[in-house]
Design a protein around this ligand. Structure first.
Ligand code: GRG
Length: 293
């Protein structure tokens, strides 16, 4: 299968089916919590992070089922972060993936708990021997995901965002690196880890993933600055309304677009040593740059 969109769709379908099979059905006294978790985790999304895990791992002939389960765990963390980010105490959003946010569809307490549930369930999935027969590999995946999502990763970046202290390029860049970049970087790293990639390959992929993470956040900031809510499936122009700066507002749209082009070329250069094996990862760069939602 060569077509990038078809490949991404195929991975997304497999991720959705796997999450559906893994998450407990909404029944019993916890029905409302499980219904909210399923609503969030099965309600769309590009599934870009698991796609990156799967594609990075395939470059080293990793086991597809292991890649899928690691990707699912990463997607569960990503979904939790979106639920909590949308809460009234954070970004206070009504719309996510074109649907009411979890606290709008259910209520605030249920949304907090659904996020907590997905966060912890992600680690349950990784720690299951069905993910990988080698306990050391399971530990490496758990530790890597915890680091990427934790206080020195995504949660730390969110704190910088919430505190509104990213007023200069250096702080804004670091905020992006932590808030969005860390999980994207781990998505690629997990594939390389599972595939037993040699050190030089892992380093090249880490550099690629760092650039991809920055590109991803800048594309998101460009959507916020210029996109339409209908196309994005979420509110736009939120940063400016909240008086927040980001790399795009600090650079200006034109210079930001120029930076995006440069980073895109740089990301592809990092994986050029893999030749045609990195074709999909290069297409992923274009996908991230061109995305409108
Ligand atoms: C609340 C702990 C905590 C963390 C929140 C990631 C994040 C940190 C907040 C999300 C806010 C946001 C819109 C960030 C911009 C980048 C981003 C993560 C966009 C959404 O990711 P996509 O485009 O979403 O991959 P889909 O819906 O395709 O899964």
């Amino acid at each position: 299968m060569h077509n990038f969109d078809a490949r991404l769709r195929d991975a997304a379908d497999r991720v959705t089916k796997a999450i559906d099979a893994l998450l407990p059905p909404a029944q019993g006294p916890e029905e409302r919590l499980l219904a909210a978790m399923r609503y969030a985790a099965l309600g769309g999304g590009k599934r870009l992070r698991p796609f990156l895990t799967i594609e990075a791992g395939r470059m080293f002939d990793a086991d597809d089922n292991v890649l899928l389960r690691a990707g699912v765990a990463i997607e569960l963390i990503h979904t939790y972060s979106l639920i909590h980010d949308d809460l009234p105490c954070m970004d206070d959003d009504d719309l996510r993936r074109g649907q009411p946010t979890v606290h709008r569809q259910f209520d605030e307490a249920t949304a907090v708990l659904a996020g907590d549930g997905l966060l912890t369930f992600a680690f349950e999935v990784l720690s299951d021997p069905a993910t990988h027969r080698d306990p050391q590999m399971r530990c490496l995946l758990i530790a890597g995901l915890a680091r990427a999502a934790g206080p020195l990763g995504m949660v730390g970046g969110q704190m910088i965002d919430m505190a509104g202290i990213a007023a200069d390029m250096a702080t804004a860049a670091r905020m992006n690196r932590l808030k969005t970049g860390a999980l994207i970087a781990f998505s690629v790293e997990a594939g390389a880890l599972i595939g037993g990639a040699p050190d030089d390959a892992r380093h090249a992929l880490a550099r690629y993933a760092a650039d991809l993470g920055t590109l991803f956040q800048m594309a998101d900031d460009l959507i916020d600055a210029e996109g339409s809510a209908a196309a994005a499936g979420k509110a736009v122009a939120k940063d400016a309304a909240a008086g927040k700066v980001n790399l795009v507002s600090l650079l200006g749209v034109e210079a930001a677009r120029q930076r995006v082009r440069l980073l895109a070329a740089q990301a592809k250069n990092h994986v050029a040593l893999f030749g045609s094996r990195s074709k999909v990862l290069c297409e992923a760069v274009d996908f991230v740059v061109e995305r409108r939602y």
